[in-house]
Design a binder for this molecule. Structure first.
Ligand SMILES: C[S@@+](CC[C@H](N)C(=O)[O-])C[C@H]1O[C@@H](n2cnc3c(N)ncnc32)[C@H](O)[C@@H]1O
Length: 284
């Protein structure tokens, strides 16, 4: 009971904070667009800061959330591999609520994929396929692949994502083992690369470096949980200075990077303080 009350208070405070900061975020985003930030971000930023969402996009969101609700109502347990390599047991409710992207940030991902007109999407870390279902809902998506090392999760993610996009697939394996073959499977350069697994400094940078030859010009690369820990924050600092990116944006939960290739030098932006994401690691 106490727990419910305190989380209700936190949620209330968080919503109040977002309401207060969002208009400033909207104004700052508009300024960035005037200064040359790609327009592809506009639908996602207008959703984040102004809650703008078309009726058609609401239907897309509901279609994914039906999958989450069904999962949360189930009483299945899954054996998943934890970050230390140990086997853990997780209930479907836990996975639906805590391991998967939230409705709001899932919508944000979908709107990024839509805004970038992504036809080819690669995800690392499928879990049960909630973020994958959001990404594969993008109207131009033709090729979608996701990698997941836990066999039970990979199977369920495949079912969920193929419900959204028939040709999508989930590859069961560890990223280091299967990433080269998965990258080579794409028939076109990758338009959107979402990195949401193995949140440590070295793997985060390695997974990015391996994908560089396969990224299309103007591709969006999204790193989840850049504020998760000091090593993740340090990885983000490296990425923000990486030659070949034209823009990097700290949006609180995600690091967003636009890939141009060649000798492009990134222009670094932050909208994190307006986005209402509670940071685990606060850089000093
Ligand atoms: C945070 S969850 C992904 C959540 C999912 N993207 C979503 O929001 O719906 C991270 C997933 O990555 C998987 N994972 C972690 N390290 C991995 C590795 N080295 N290779 C493959 N999968 C890995 C985990 O099993 C876990 O399911």
């Amino acid at each position: 009971m106490i727990r419910t009350q305190s989380s209700a208070v936190i949620n209330f405070a968080r919503r109040a904070f977002i309401r207060g900061m969002a208009p400033m975020g909207a104004a700052r985003a508009r300024q960035l667009f005037r200064e040359g930030l790609p327009e592809n971000f506009r639908p996602a930023f207008e959703f984040l800061f102004e809650q703008k969402l078309s009726a058609q996009d609401v239907r897309v969101v509901e279609r994914v959330e039906v999958l989450r609700t069904a999962l949360a109502q189930g009483n299945k347990s899954f054996r998943v591999i934890g970050s230390d390599g140990n086997l853990l047991t997780r209930t479907s409710q836990f996975i639906a609520q805590y391991s998967s992207v939230t409705r709001g940030w899932g919508t944000f991902l979908y709107l990024c994929a839509k805004g970038f007109k992504a036809t080819t999407i690669l995800e690392l870390g499928s879990c049960v396929g909630i973020s994958g279902s959001y990404l594969a809902s993008a109207p131009h998506c033709r090729e979608f692949l996701s990698i997941e090392r836990s066999p039970e999760l990979a199977a369920l993610a495949r079912t969920h994502i193929q419900h959204i996009c028939r040709d999508a697939d989930v590859v069961n394996g560890t990223i280091d083992d299967v990433l080269p073959q998965v990258l080579a499977q794409f028939t076109q350069p990758i338009d959107l690369y979402y990195v949401d697994a193995n949140h440590h400094y070295e793997p985060t940078l390695r997974y990015f470096e391996k994908a560089i030859p396969f990224l299309g010009q103007g591709a969006l690369v999204v790193f989840d949980d850049i504020h998760w820990s000091k090593p993740m924050w340090n990885a983000w600092q490296q990425l923000c200075a990486h030659q070949g990116f034209s823009h990097t944006i700290d949006i609180g939960r995600f690091g967003l990077c636009v890939w141009q290739g060649g000798h492009a030098q990134p222009r670094r932006h932050t909208l994190a303080r307006y986005a209402g994401w509670v940071w685990s690691y606060v850089p000093r």
